[in-house]
Design a protein around this ligand. Structure first.
Ligand code: F6P
Length: 335
C-alpha cells in the first residue's frame, strides 16, 4: 500500500490546489521542528529536560525547561528559510524579528511551543499549536515588525495545526480544505497520513471543563453544566460523560477523534481577563481546525474566528467541538 507522507501531501496540494511553494516549505519546517520537540519530550528525565526554569513568561506563568527548549527549536528552525516575515510565541513578550542576515518572506508564524505544560513532568500528553497568517503589506518599510501585523482575525489564517506528543506523535493540519492527520513513523522519521477527512460528529455526550472553577463561572455556564450533570432525568434527556486532560491539545484531539465539547469559560477570578486561553496561538488555530472538521467554536457570544484581536497575548473564553452542544451553550449566553 503506498503511503502518503506529509511531504507528498503538501507537494500534491501545490500541484492540485495551488498551495504556494513557500507555504509548503513553511509547514515542512514546522513539522521538522515538531519532530525535534517530540524527541526532546520523549527523553524526559534521561535528557535532563524536566522541571522549571527560574523565569516567567509574559502571562506570569513559570516557564518549564521544555517550554523554553521547544520555543528555541521553533525559532531556530524557522528563522533562516526566507518564508517568514516574523514570529510570535506564547513564550515571548514581543514579536520575534527575523535576523537581518536572512531573507524575509510573506508569512507570519504564531505558536504555543508546548501547550499543557503542567502535564510535562507527569508524563501526560502535551503538544505544539501553530497558526499561519499572511504578513500585511508593509509599503516598503523594512524596519522592525510590530505587533499590529499579527492582529488579524482567525478567518485570515492560511494554515493551522498542532502536534500532539502522546503515546504516538501526531500532526493535525488544515490548509483550509478539511483536516488531515499524520502519525510520526519513528523508524522512517516521517509523518505519514493516517487520518484523511476528519469529521467531528454533530452530537455528543462527552464534555470537558475544569470543574474546580465551578464557583467562579457565569450564570449561563453554571446552568448548562447543571443540565449536563442532571443526565437522563434532566432537561437534556441523556447522560453525559466528562474528561479533562488539562492540555488543550489533548482535549481537542479527543474531540477530533470521537466528538465532544471543550469549554474554558471566562470566570470571576480575574474579571478583566476574558478566560484563560490565548486567542492568537490557542483558540484561533484550534477553532480553524475544529470548523474545518465540521465542528463549531465560539466565545459564548460570537464565533471565535471573527474576533478582531487587540493584542498578541489576548485571552478569550472558548467553547468548541460538536456543533449541537456549542450552539446550545452559546444560545444560553444569548438568552
Ligand atoms: O495553555 C493553557 C492550558 O494549559 C491548556 O492547554 C489547558 O486546556 C488549560 O490550560 C488547563 O487549565 P487548568 O490548569 O485550569 O486545568
Amino acid at each position: 500500500m503506498s503511503r502518503v507522507t506529509l511531504s507528498r501531501y503538501l507537494i500534491e496540494q501545490t500541484r492540485c490546489n495551488n498551495t504556494p511553494a513557500d507555504l509548503r516549505f513553511l509547514i515542512e519546517v514546522v513539522a521538522r521542528a515538531c519532530k525535534e520537540i517530540s524527541h526532546a519530550v520523549s527523553k524526559g528525565a534521561l535528557g535532563g529536560v524536566l522541571g522549571s526554569m527560574e523565569t516567567e513568561n509574559v502571562q506570569g506563568e513559570v516557564q518549564k525547561k521544555l517550554d523554553v527548549i521547544s520555543n528555541e527549536i521553533l525559532l531556530e528552525a524557522n528563522e533562516w528559510g526566507g518564508h517568514l516575515a516574523g514570529m510570535a510565541s506564547e513564550e515571548m513578550d514581543n514579536a520575534y524579528q527575523i535576523p537581518g542576515k536572512y531573507p524575509k518572506g510573506a508569512y507570519l508564524l504564531v505558536f504555543d511551543p508546548l501547550d499543557g505544560s503542567s502535564n510535562i513532568d507527569v508524563n501526560v500528553s502535551v503538544g505544539t499549536i501553530f497558526s499561519v497568517l499572511r504578513c500585511p503589506d508593509r509599503n516598503g518599510n523594512d524596519g522592525d515588525l510590530g505587533e499590529e501585523a499579527f492582529l488579524q482575525p482567525g478567518t485570515e489564517q492560511v494554515a493551522a495545526g498542532y502536534a500532539i506528543y502522546g503515546p504516538q506523535t501526531m500532526l493535525m493540519l488544515t490548509l483550509g480544505d478539511g483536516v488531515k492527520g499524520f502519525t510520526l513513523d519513528r523508524e522512517l522519521g516521517s509523518f505519514v497520513m493516517t487520518h484523511d477527512n476528519i469529521r467531528i460528529p454533530e452530537k455528543t455526550a462527552e464534555f470537558a471543563i475544569n470543574m474546580s472553577n465551578q464557583r467562579h463561572w457565569e450564570a449561563p455556564v453554571s446552568r448548562y453544566v447543571d443540565e449536563l450533570l442532571a443526565g437522563k432525568s434532566g432537561p437534556l434527556g441523556k447522560d453525559y460523560n466528562m474528561r479533562w486532560v488539562a492540555a488543550m491539545v489533548a482535549d481537542v484531539h479527543r474531540i477530533l477523534t470521537r466528538g465532544g465539547l471543550f469549554m474554558y469559560p471566562r470566570d470571576s477570578r480575574e474579571p478583566e481577563k476574558p478566560g484563560k486561553l490565548r486567542l492568537m496561538y490557542e483558540a484561533n488555530p484550534m477553532s480553524f481546525i475544529v470548523e474545518q472538521a465540521g465542528g463549531a467554536a465560539t466565545n459564548g457570544s460570537q464565533r471565535i474566528l471573527d474576533i478582531q484581536p487587540t493584542s498578541l497575548h489576548q485571552r478569550v473564553a472558548v467553547f468548541l467541538g460538536s456543533k449541537e452542544e456549542v450552539e446550545r451553550v452559546t444560545a444560553y449566553h444569548q438568552e
